[in-house]
Design a protein around this ligand. Structure first.
Ligand code: PDD
Length: 277
């Protein structure tokens, strides 16, 4: 339906408490990229907050396709939100019998200039949620942690904020995963650092390993980024975007550095990714 007519109850615990989960998927020619991975993550996010997800993979995929077709958007992204649903006030989720399901089209944005010219990143002061507080593996509607980071990104005038965890190790961007390249090898923070297991991250790791490149998942710091030959971000909506500038004004201004936008490994991986698409 038209977005003007789509309403959610003010008693929905998704609205009141951020109690819900979501997925963002991307289509190419109306076909959703790596749908089984997204469905699996949706189910896992729901399970981790004991949220009923009575919808089959086929049902949700049909919904996504309907949204794309209704909007004549063969290459669009769709956000699937599953909220706890309406219920009496109070945090208790068991009083909400019916979850709310909504699918929204993301407006398409041109990406070619980002792929070509790259983007900037900054390290914010706010730290990524500790997995023992709110596990970043849950793709939760409760985005305040990354919204605070996004606000810092805007203040730093950078495209993306890359959050550290409480131990000072790199985790991820507000809506992206991060990789860097050094001496022809690829590095990305391990899931144990506390970050979302990105679908694009998984696809890139697989593509790189199949191409004979070494990928290391581990614990890294902003100083490792500073020493990198190339840095890039990945996400469903951006694919692979090179980083051309990093700043860390709250750590050490000397960590700032610029990079060329056309690093050979980033370019090669994006070519492989485009072929996969
Ligand atoms: N964001 N990390 C976070 C915190 C994210 O929100 C996302 C995805 C990613 C990248 O994951 P994937 O490759 O599966 O898209 C990493 C989506 C695009 C969003 O918020 O809409």
């Amino acid at each position: 339906m038209d977005q003007q007519k789509a309403h959610v109850s003010v008693l929905d615990h998704g609205f009141l408490y951020g109690d819900g989960i979501y997925e963002t998927v991307r289509a190419y020619g109306y076909r959703v990229f790596h749908w089984p991975d997204h469905y699996k993550r949706l189910k896992q996010s729901a399970k981790r907050i004991a949220l009923k997800c009575p919808y089959s993979s086929d049902f949700l995929l049909r919904g996504v396709t309907q949204v794309l077709k209704a909007n004549k958007s063969p290459r669009g992204s769709v956000r699937i939100t599953l909220a706890r649903g309406p219920g009496p006030l109070g945090l208790d989720p068991s009083v909400c019998p019916k979850p709310t399901l909504a699918m929204l089209l993301h407006p398409e944005r041109p990406l070619e200039h980002l792929w070509k010219n790259g983007v900037s990143i900054g390290i914010p002061q706010v730290r990524r949620n500790h997995p023992k507080c709110l596990d970043p593996q849950i793709k939760s509607n409760n985005s305040l942690n990354t919204i605070l980071a996004k606000m810092e990104a805007l203040r730093m005038r950078v495209f993306e904020a890359v959050l550290l965890n409480l131990d000072g190790h790199l985790t991820e961007g507000t809506t992206t995963n991060i990789f860097f390249v050094r001496r022809g090898e690829i590095f990305t923070p391990a899931l144990s650092c506390g970050l979302l297991k990105g679908v694009t991250r998984g696809a890139v790791i697989q593509l790189a390993r199949r191409a004979g490149l070494h990928v290391h998942e581990g614990r890294f710091t902003p100083a490792d980024l500073r020493r990198a030959d190339e840095i890039f971000l990945t996400s469903t909506t951006l694919e692979i975007v090179p980083v051309v500038r990093m700043i860390a004004p709250f750590l050490r201004p000397s960590l700032s550095r610029s990079f060329a936008p056309n690093g050979p490994i980033t370019r090669r991986l994006h070519a492989l990714f485009r072929r996969l698409v």
